[in-house]
Write a protein that binds this ligand. Structure first.
Ligand SMILES: Cc1ncc(COP(=O)(O)O)c(C=O)c1O
Length: 342
């Protein structure tokens, strides 16, 4: 894939030379024994960034989400989320399969969340109906085109959660992008949620790693769940070092990825295929009115050396990240406009 312009996802990045150096020099120990100093340092650092007491290093964002959901939603009770949320779309039914959790969804609205709609869905504790125990939101919203939920909407949602006595989880795989796009301090987001999951391997450029963030007692229970799910890692400091490097060097630069996405959006917009306004590093394409469908566009782009994601028959996605240069973005824009024009 090295010679191709890969816009399928921000997960395709490879560690930079500096990141590899940080990994090679990492101090390590057995983290299941609680003896890896680099993992501990990463966990403390991320907890502090979000103003929470503790964090837990996990192998993937899916595992981090699912640990959080098991912490918040007891078996036989329910989670509310967007119908397009990653937790109910791409996590292979894990909430039901591992946590005995029922998921009920509101119609897909991406970042255009309406707290009143969610308020109307919360079911109280009782013996006659499945009680709601948690609400999950996604910041930024992946299938929602990288949209950013405004801080005021999240504050309103917190009031809804408090009124219904339910917990609030944030799938913050790309919360860094929201922080950069809206200038909201990470701690302001952290203050609104009982648990967050955050990813080091989407956009930040680490090869592996996500964390669950929350209160110390919760995270201790999360440690047990992680071990049960096979996520206890041994000399994981090698990976945590990559994550620490990413946090130190790759957050502010996300603004450059957002600018690249805006350039791609500007190039394809005249063809009427832009699904939403682009706020971060994701460019969602709606090809319903285009003369070609998503697989045809992707195949034609691939033949010209540009990889894009097909999300449905008429939906596609371009994602910018630290492994695509400005020149490659310009080249991809030229390729895509050429295909759309013919
Ligand atoms: C919003 C969101 N949450 C969670 C995940 C899961 O991360 P992982 O692939 O590490 O399990 C992803 C992956 O792309 C994502 O986009």
């Amino acid at each position: 894939m090295a010679d191709l312009i890969d816009l399928r996802s921000d997960t395709v990045t490879r560690p930079t030379a500096e990141m590899r150096q940080a990994m090679a020099g990492a101090e390590v120990g057995d983290d299941v024994y609680g003896e890896d100093p680099t993992v501990k340092a990463l966990e403390a650092e991320v907890a502090a960034m979000f103003g929470h007491e503790a964090a837990l290093f996990c192998p993937s964002g899916s595992m981090a989400n699912q640990i959080a959901l098991q912490l918040l939603v007891p078996p036989g009770s329910e989670l509310l989320c967007d119908a397009d949320a990653h937790v109910v779309t791409y996590e292979m039914g894990a909430a039901a399969a591992y946590g005995g959790v029922t998921s009920r969804t509101w119609p897909p609205v991406g970042a255009q969340l309406d707290p009143d709609v969610v308020a109307g869905m919360v079911r109280p504790d009782g013996y006659w109906a499945v009680p709601t125990r948690a609400i999950a939101v996604e910041q930024t919203h992946n299938r929602g085109g990288g949209g950013v939920i405004p801080l005021d909407t999240l504050r309103e949602l917190r009031r809804v959660a408090d009124a219904g006595q339910v917990a609030l989880h944030c799938d913050g795989a790309r919360i860094w992008h929201a922080h950069v796009a809206d200038g909201v301090p990470l701690a302001n987001y952290g203050a609104l949620f009982d648990t967050l999951s955050v990813c080091l391997s989407k956009g930040l450029g680490a090869p592996v790693g996500s964390l669950v963030v929350g209160a110390a007692d919760r995270i201790e229970r999360g440690r047990v769940i992680r071990k049960r799910m096979g996520g206890g890692m041994r000399q994981a400091g090698i990976l945590a070092a990559a994550g620490r490097h990413a946090l130190a060097h790759h957050i502010d630069r996300l603004a450059a990825d957002h600018a690249k996405a805006a350039r791609l959006a500007e190039a394809v917009a005249p063809f009427g295929v832009l699904a939403t306004t682009v706020r971060t590093n994701i460019v969602p394409l709606d090809l319903t009115k285009a003369p070609l469908d998503a697989p045809t566009l992707a195949a034609a782009a691939r033949a010209e050396g540009v990889l894009i994601s097909v999300l449905g028959p008429h939906t596609a996605r371009l994602v910018t990240h630290l492994d695509v240069t400005d020149a490659q973005v310009d080249q991809a824009a030229t390729t895509l406009t050429h295909i759309l024009r013919h």
